[in-house]
Each structure stands twice: as C-alpha cells, then as structure tokens.
Write a protein that binds this ligand. Structure first.
Ligand code: GLV
Ligand code: MN
Ligand code: MN
Length: 424
C-alpha cells in the first residue's frame, strides 16, 4: 500500500504537451473518416511504423534519454538514476496500430511516459532508480501473429528465432527481414537480462464500462485469456450454375457456418465469453465460382481459463463434424494462446489509492484487450491504469478519449511512478 500522501503532491503533467505529441504521432499513417474522426494505420514494421518509431526515438533523445534497441526491435529509453545498480521503474506500451486503429491505443502509454520524464526533469526531481520508457514491437499482432510479440520475447515467453521467423498475414514478409529493412534490428540482448523493478502501463479502456459507470480511472486487475486460431478449408472449386447442391464441397459455406457457430457458442457459454471472426478470405473470390479454399480467423477470449478451454474444445469438435458432413479438409493453426493474467495485488491497490487520493472516481475491472503489461507481469510487479473510451470504441478510427480523462490518467501514472521511484 502507498503512503497517505502522494510522493510529490504538487507535481502535474502538462496536458497540452502530451496532446501535442499524441497529435503529431497520429499524423503518421493518418486515416480520415467522413465525419471528422481520424485514426491511424501503422501496422508493425511497415514504413509508417518506422516513421512513428523515428519520431518517438527523436523525442527520447531530446529528453536526454539513453536509447537501447533490442534484437526484436523493442525500444527502451532510460532516464539515468543516481544508482545505476538499481533496477529501473518502467513505463511502456506500443506505438504500432491495427490497420484501422485509433491514435490513443498504445501511443498514450508511451507518450505519457515521455511526459512524465519531462515533468520530472522540469521539476529537477532526480531519483536513485533509473526510469525507463519502452515501446514494444508488434503489440497488435494484426500483421505478425501473435499479439504482444515483442514484449513476449522480452520476458522470455517466446523464442527470439521463432519470432523473427513469423510471416506476415497480409504480404508474406518475414518479421526479421522487416526489422532489418526499417532499421530496428537492434543488438541489445532479448529476452532482457535486467527485469524492471516495476512496470506500469497507462492505456485507454477500449470498451464501454468506464463510460457507462461515469468513472474516470479503471483499476485493472488482470487481462482475460486469448485464443487465436487460423482455419483453412479446402473444398472443390466448381461451376456455380451447373453443380447440384448435393455435390458441393464449398469452403465459403463452411466459413459462414463457423462464424455462425462461434456466435452461438458465445451465447451458450454466457456473457463473459466473446468470439470474433475477424478475417475471412475466399479463393478465387468470384461471383460464379464455388470457391476452392477459404481461410478465416477465430478470436476467443474469457477471464476463466476453464471456460476458454471448453470454447476451444467445442469449436474443434464442430470443425471435425463440418469437415465430415461437407466433404472438405479443415486444418487449424494456433496463432496466439495466452492464459488469463492477474496483476500484482499491491500494485493494483497502489493504482486505486493513488487515483482516489487525486480525487478521481475508480472502478476495478479486467481488461478485455491484450496488453504488453500482461507479458511484463511475468517478470516484475505490474499495473495498468485505464481511462474511458468515448462510446467504448477502439480498433476504429473514431476511437477517442477526452483530454480531461487523459490528464487524469497521466497524473495517476505520474504518482504511481514517483511511488515506485521512492521520490518525494
Ligand atoms: C491486442 O491489442 C488485442 O487485444 O487484440
Ligand atoms: Mn493497445
Ligand atoms: Mn490495439
């Protein structure tokens, strides 16, 4: 538990400076919608990701931080402490986005970290412990599965060589080659040899709970389990007019049946089970051809590992029945599988007491989205702070969080970091 008074009660972040950086980073890979909404496409290790990385690294340098790029392209900037033998307090998140992402998802956590460094510097507040701001490679997993790839390698949960060999879903590029191409194949050892003292991630909620409850700060207790499967169906390509229905082996029909089954499954297993078919591809994708092949992804999530396993088991049984009844071949590949994670109870308490001390309403919740913090939780005490998402939207260019909520979240982050740095 934290002390009764904040470490440096008069210290506040500069919201205009933070918003200016969020806006500037958002200009890279900017996507404009029809009604003034705008977001980002900076898929991992694309040219846009490189430009975003270069901008953020430039800011880190301007703040006098020491930059380290590791073998999977994670970037860790360090504000020196007076005792370099102490492990660092780390603030981190990601700056890659999904192909139709918002400008806050991930970016907020990284740029709030820089804002805290600048706030401490401006106040002349030194610490014995180093303070680090990190962004991890390919958190989104949209281009290179799994998600949280960089932070998973960082904590030793995924083999470096295996991660470098991952092939992109869209263009077939190899992750390791893309890292070299964009200039972020670093030489620092990964997994890390120096686990942080503590890790804190500020993130938008990306869902509707805080807004519905009119609460400013989400105290994140953990992250639900995630299961991603790619399913490939091979059937028989045929003429759409001449082939009787009883003779068809139609992968498009099977893909649709799987999507329907996933929806039914979530109803059957209850409200905490979510299921998404986010990608469906059909070949040759022509109006008058029964397709030869379909590929689709299924994303299943639950806070309860047992129920998640049941969902996986039922889906797999359904695929077997479908292959048999439709006379098609169905194969599956696991793209990501993470069990539910619980954050360190003392860190969760610290976020809650800090937010309340600063006068904010709070609510405990579990994260529906995956985060780098769930990987860092494997190697050090970890916490997350959520701020509300307008209309609960994220992974959508209309994603938005009010400035007043960003300011509240960043000030909570500041005080939590000061507590962990033992400054004040
Ligand atoms: C990653 O952000 C995910 O939750 O899919
Ligand atoms: Mn994110
Ligand atoms: Mn995301």
């Amino acid at each position: 538990m934290a002390d009764e008074t904040p470490a440096a009660p008069d210290l506040h972040i500069d919201i205009e400076r933070l918003l200016t950086r969020i806006d500037a980073l958002g200009q890279i890979g900017r996507i404009d919608g029809p009604n003034g909404e705008w977001g980002n496409a900076r898929l991992a290790l694309t040219d846009a990701d490189r430009a975003g990385r270069d901008l953020v690294v430039g800011w880190m340098r301007e703040l006098g931080m020491e930059i380290a790029v590791d073998a999977i392209g994670n970037v860790v900037a360090t504000r020196a402490g007076s005792d370099p033998s102490l492990s660092a307090v780390m603030i981190g998140s990601h700056i890659d986005t999904v192909g139709t992402g918002g400008r806050f998802d991930g970016n907020l956590g990284v740029l709030a970290g820089l804002e805290i460094v600048e706030t401490l510097d401006a106040a002349g507040l030194a610490a014995e412990r180093p303070l680090q701001v990190a962004f991890f490679t390919d958190e989104e997993g949209s281009r290179f599965a799994p998600d949280m790839l960089g932070s998973q390698v960082y904590v030793g949960g995924l083999d470096l060589e295996q991660a470098l060999d991952v092939v992109a879903a869209d263009d077939g590029a190899r992750l390791g080659e893309e890292l070299v191409r964009i200039g972020y194949a670093g030489d620092v050892e990964c997994p890390t040899a120096r686990p942080p003292h503590a890790f804190v991630e500020l993130h938008i909620e990306q869902g509707p709970i805080l807004e519905a409850d009119d609460v400013t700060i989400g105290v994140v207790e953990g992250v639900q389990g995630i299961s991603w499967t790619e399913i490939v169906i091979i059937g028989q390509s045929a003429h759409a007019g001449t082939t009787p229905m009883r003779l068809r082996h139609d992968p498009a029909f099977c893909a649709a049946a799987i999507a329907t089954y996933v929806r039914d499954l979530t109803h059957h297993l209850g409200s905490d089970q979510v299921g998404t078919v986010g990608r469906i591809e059909v070949h040759p994708n022509l109006v008058n051809v029964v397709p030869a092949r379909a590929a689709l992804t299924v994303d299943l999530r639950n806070t309860d590992e047992r129920v998640l396993q049941e969902a996986e088991g039922r889906l797999s049984a359904f695929l077997e029945e479908l292959a048999e009844s439709e006379g098609v071949q169905i194969s599956t590949t696991t793209l990501a599988r993470f069990e539910p994670v619980e954050f360190d109870p003392a860190m969760v308490d610290l976020v809650e007491t800090t937010a309340r001390r600063l006068g904010h309403s709070t609510r405990r919740l579990s994260s529906g989205a995956g985060h780098d913090a769930q990987m860092l939780a494997r190697i050090c005490p970890t916490a997350m702070i959520f701020t509300p998402s307008v209309n609960g939207l994220s992974h959508n260019i209309a994603e938005f969080t009010e400035a007043v909520d960003i300011e509240a979240g960043a000030n909570v982050l500041l005080q939590v970091v000061l507590d962990q740095l033992e400054v004040g």
